[in-house]
Write a protein that binds this ligand. Structure first.
Ligand code: HEM
Length: 191
């Protein structure tokens, strides 16, 4: 009940009203949302493919991800701001829409998956560095290092590849849900 009051307040703000009342604003903001989402997800999936060993294998993961990070974060901010503006224009209906609820839930899950990967595997980051294997071969006595490296190469779970696969699956679902909201919601321009 309290949440509905808050949503109604959001719906009645000047920004939400102008998005509803202007024919061009909603499609314009949604286009920016989609563009931001495209670049944001492009950068994430690129890193996921690197983790899965399907692209850019000649590059160290830590450096590769660091180079893409400014694009990922700036586009994420754009996606959230434009998403929030679209949401405000029809807040009560979006909040009660199952596909919207699932989308937000999956966004949280995607964030948690990233955090787990970061924490669990930051200690193993060198295994994703192509120079590391060469170093290990040069140093005869580091048998444990070699075993760990072999494990990284053959184990889907040890290497964190499960996290990258989960990430790709979550983001594909978020995109599908984002589209589905539009098909299932009472339109913003109902009146
Ligand atoms: C950052 C990850 C996000 C992704 C991948 C994503 C994806 C999408 C996609 C694919 C669409 C459909 C666009 C179309 O119909 O052509 C969409 C629409 C939308 N998104 Fe997002 N979105 C994200 C974040 C957010 C956030 C954080 C919010 C809310 C705070 C949000 C709210 C909306 C709303 C309200 C729509 C319009 C649905 C409609 O057509 O009525 N999005 N999003």
């Amino acid at each position: 009940m309290e949440l509905d009051g808050l949503l109604k307040w959001l719906f009645e703000t000047a920004l939400a009203s102008s998005i509803r009342e202007n024919d061009l604003l909603f499609p314009l903001i949604e286009s920016i949302h989609v563009l931001a989402v495209t670049v944001f997800l492009g950068s994430i999936v690129w890193v996921d493919l690197r983790i899965l060993g399907l692209a850019n294998n000649d590059r160290g993961l830590r450096r590769f991800a660091k180079e893409l990070l400014p694009i990922t974060w700036s586009m994420f901010v754009f996606a959230v701001l434009t998403g929030a503006a679209l949401f405000a224009s029809n807040a009560v209906n979006y909040a009660h829409n199952l596909y919207f609820q699932l989308k937000i839930l999956l966004l949280i899950l995607a964030g948690m998956n990233m955090m787990v990967f970061q924490m669990w595997f930051s200690a193993r980051a060198e295994a994703y560095d192509p120079a590391h294997a060469a170093r290990l071969n040069a140093v005869q006595q580091d048998e444990m290092g070699k075993i760990r490296h072999k494990l990284h190469q053959i184990s889907f779970f040890w290497s964190g590849k499960w996290s990258a696969l989960l990430s790709v699956l979550i983001w594909i679902t978020v995109i599908a849900l984002g589209r589905w909201i539009g098909f299932s919601i009472q339109p913003t321009f109902a009146g």
